[in-house]
Design a protein around this ligand. Structure first.
Ligand code: ASP
Length: 440
């Protein structure tokens, strides 16, 4: 029997009074759903506005000394229509007036953006009859704008210690001096994870408008299979390569605390969604691969130097050229006298000449340095790989059958993923070949 579930609802789940009703019936289905973290109202239809975008627009206009009446009236209408549609008692008009005055008076960007969640939280708390807990009281940011894990844990768990059901707005918190700070876009997912950790939740449910993760991008694979169960480590690999449903930083607090995250669909409340956990349960059937994700836009720096193998510190020197310019590297397969460093092309481009010259100086006439671009990287991820031999053979055979040339191979020591680099023009064909080999 589950004892405590923290729920987070995304913007599309809260875009109208009709969506609010769906949220309440989801909560009523399971009384252990005792905490709710809302985003700001999102789009109701294609072309509609997200409240957060409108708030950023208001802030920009106010900082240019221009009127915010137009965009703010759209914000006002949205909240009023939800409040009226649900016959709420809360005095949302006064709160809206305070927000409008604050923005017009030049309040900071983060404060302005955070009001979307704040106002949505006020409505939701009133609708549910739950306590409203301002995130500025419980989510603590450092001076540099990063979240303080220890202080947040301390303050949030004290605030929620009485176990009473509560609504805690997502996306923001405050520095110790009270100044409001936001996470990056989509950051309500992080708030949800921090709340789940603070109350020692059994599950963190993240409600959105899709039924969890798919094994591959539906723009490339027609109707890809759904992922019912995945580990945090697998998901980290896939989301790094572009599979985005959950904010990347939302995994850390819950993963660390051993709390599973369940991605659910507000519009299909009985669909089990995707369960993300530290160790995927044994009874769940594990196919060899869990998912495939990839990205275009990479470059490879190929370095060849005689006797590179015996030159202690050569690799470090090459990487420090990149480090000094703030370029992070993605992969680094090496040979005896060769190394190739894979980096994002847009990060390398502005420094291309300097990087090449500096590495050439390290090679010192004893080899070559070349850079090639238009590389796509594809990660095939699966905890099942460790237990199955021949996974790599099947993957490369499928690629060779599709006549795809492999430009780079990298397999992490965890045996959790096989990374291949191919020409950008082969990107989609590679994903299709791998998917059909393993999934059918
Ligand atoms: N409302 C914020 C955004 O649009 C945060 C969130 O929805 O998670 O990015």
């Amino acid at each position: 029997m589950l004892e405590c579930i923290v729920t987070k609802f995304g913007g599309s789940s809260l875009s109208s009074d009709e969506q609010f009703r769906k949220v309440r019936s989801i909560l009523e289905l399971e009384p252990t759903r005792r905490y709710l973290v809302p985003s700001a109202p999102g789009k109701r239809f294609d072309g509609d506005d997200k409240v957060t975008d409108l708030l950023y627009q208001c802030h920009r206009l106010a900082s240019e000394g221009k009127s915010i009446t137009d965009p703010f009236s759209k914000i006002r209408d949205r909240y009023l229509s939800i409040a009226q549609g649900l016959h709420l008692k809360v005095d949302i008009e006064s709160s809206l007036n305070e927000v409008e005055e604050g923005i017009a008076a030049g309040k900071g960007k983060d404060w302005c953006a955070s009001r979307g969640e704040y106002l949505c939280g006020l409505l939701m708390a009133d609708y549910l009859g739950w306590r409203f807990v301002d995130a500025a009281e419980g989510i603590v940011f450092h001076e540099d704008g990063t979240v303080s894990n220890s202080r947040t844990q301390e303050k949030l768990s004290a605030l929620l210690a009485d176990g009473e059901s509560a609504v805690i707005p997502g996306f923001y918190g405050a520095k110790e001096n009270g100044e409001v700070c936001t996470f990056s876009r989509g950051g309500s997912d992080i708030t949800g994870a921090l709340v789940a950790r603070a109350v020692h939740a059994d599950v963190y449910e993240n409600w959105t408008d899709v039924s969890g993760f798919l094994m591959a991008d539906p723009r490339i694979i027609d109707g890809p299979a759904e992922i019912s169960s995945i580990t945090y480590k697998e998901l980290r690999e896939l989301s790094h390569m572009g599979a985005s449903v959950l904010h990347e930083d939302a995994m850390f607090p819950v993963h660390q605390a051993g709390i599973p995250t369940n991605i659910r669909n507000t519009n299909k409340p009985y669909h089990p969604g995707t369960m993300i956990s530290k160790n995927a349960p044994h009874e769940v059937y594990v196919p060899t691969i869990t998912g495939i994700a990839g990205h275009k836009g990479y470059s490879v720096i190929n370095v060849e130097k005689n006797m590179m193998n015996s030159e202690v510190g050569f690799g470090r020197k090459v990487l420090s050229v990149l480090e000094d310019l703030g370029i992070s590297f993605e992969h680094m397969p090496t040979g005896i006298d060769t190394m190739c460093v894979v980096v994002k092309s847009d990060a390398l481009e502005p420094h291309l000449k300097e990087v090449t010259e500096k590495i050439e100086a390290l090679v010192d006439g004893q080899g070559t340095v070349s850079v090639s671009d238009q590389l796509a990287i594809i990660a095939t991820v699966g905890r099942g790989m460790v237990h199955n031999c021949g996974t790599a053979a099947r993957l490369f055979k499928a690629m060779s059958r599709a006549r795809i040339n492999v430009r780079m191979i990298d397999q992490g020591s965890s045996e959790l993923s096989i990374i291949v680099g191919v020409n950008e023009s082969d990107f989609e064909a590679t994903i299709r070949a791998i998917y059909h080999e393993f999934v059918g």
